[in-house]
Design a protein around this ligand. Structure first.
Ligand code: SAM
Length: 288
């Protein structure tokens, strides 16, 4: 059988292995070889690459990845899928399946045990935990080169939104702080079994060799970001006064003015550089 499975081959495998997709685990199996190919192409997989796949399902994307990469490690939470994965991917010889929850695995240990260098992550993510998985990968900082993921279209738009757009928010800043996102393709529900209720999109996150932004205290930066977006309708000064407790209103006003940010602006208009400037100034001011 060729790499990746068509709609009818997927149906047949599901019948053979008696797989009933779990909604709770976000199981929507991809059945379109072109879309699978676009994910692998976007990741620019080469023979020497090591790839982490999150949620291999019945192994369709895994097979495409294994055909191009040196090694694929696939972490699947659902024990019921292990027999089908044993049939579809283990004979390929360069795939290691780990039964586990990616959110509770220690990434340092995973990297130490499974990988030798910088890794590419490619995954059709379970939509109920997209943001926690992406943030774990970006924040825990294992050596990563690129992430190519299928996510809900709206989430893809939020990840790549620019300041001033209505979908620009805390997720845009968190993702763009660590990586350069781009939307590769929009994907209709019809290519999945079962079809999800929403449109999907393939997003590519490029992670450079050096940090994109330098800030003295990342925790402080993201506290400010959360406060600024916590009450989007309020001016920045009002939102920060309500949601950021480490400095009083006058101190916040002075800090904004020092950074050349009009306190009457709204959080959604601030660039990441402006948030970083504010975070660094406040860091010095509160004497960390
Ligand atoms: N890769 C397959 C495909 O493209 O057809 C399946 C993708 S399906 C959208 C998501 C997969 O992630 C399912 O196999 C599901 O069991 C698995 N999954 C859900 N939560 C997970 C978690 N926390 N850790 C690892 N795998 C998870």
């Amino acid at each position: 059988m060729s790499n990746g499975y068509t709609y009818s081959q997927t149906r047949e495998l599901m019948r053979q292995f008696q797989i009933k997709p779990s909604k709770g685990l976000g199981q929507n199996f991809l059945t379109d070889k072109n879309i699978l190919g676009r994910m692998v192409d976007a990741a620019e997989i080469e023979k020497e690459d090591e790839v982490l796949e999150i949620g291999p399902g019945i192994g369709t994307l895994t097979r495409q990845l294994a055909a191009r990469a040196g090694k694929v490690v696939a972490v699947e939470i659902d024990k019921r899928l292990l027999p089908v994965l044993e049939y579809t991917v283990e004979p390929l010889g360069n795939v290691k399946v780990i039964n586990g929850d990616i959110l509770s695995l220690d990434l340092k240990t995973l990297w130490r045990d499974c990988f030798a260098g910088k890794v590419k992550v490619v995954a059709n993510l379970p939509y109920y935990v997209t943001s926690p998985i992406v943030m774990k990968l970006l924040e825990e900082g294992p050596p990563l080169q690129r992430i190519v993921i299928m996510v809900q279209r709206e989430v893809a738009q939020r990840m790549s939104a620019c300041p001033g757009r209505k979908d620009y928010g805390a997720l845009s800043i968190a993702v763009q702080y660590h990586s350069q996102p781009s939307i590769v393709a929009v994907v209709p529900p019809t290519v999945f079994i079962p079809p999800p209720k929403v449109n999907s999109a393939i997003v590519r996150l490029d992670i450079g060799n050096s940090k994109r932004y330098a800030v003295k205290d990342e925790r402080l930066l993201f506290q400010l970001v959360r406060a600024a977006f916590g009450q989007r309708r309020k001016t920045l000064l009002n939102a920060l006064s309500g949601g950021f407790t480490q400095l009083d209103r006058q101190g916040l006003n002075e800090s904004l003015t020092y950074c050349g940010i009009d306190p009457g602006r709204r959080g959604e208009t601030l660039s990441i550089q402006e948030f970083c400037c504010l975070a660094d100034y406040i860091y010095e001011k509160i004497g960390n």
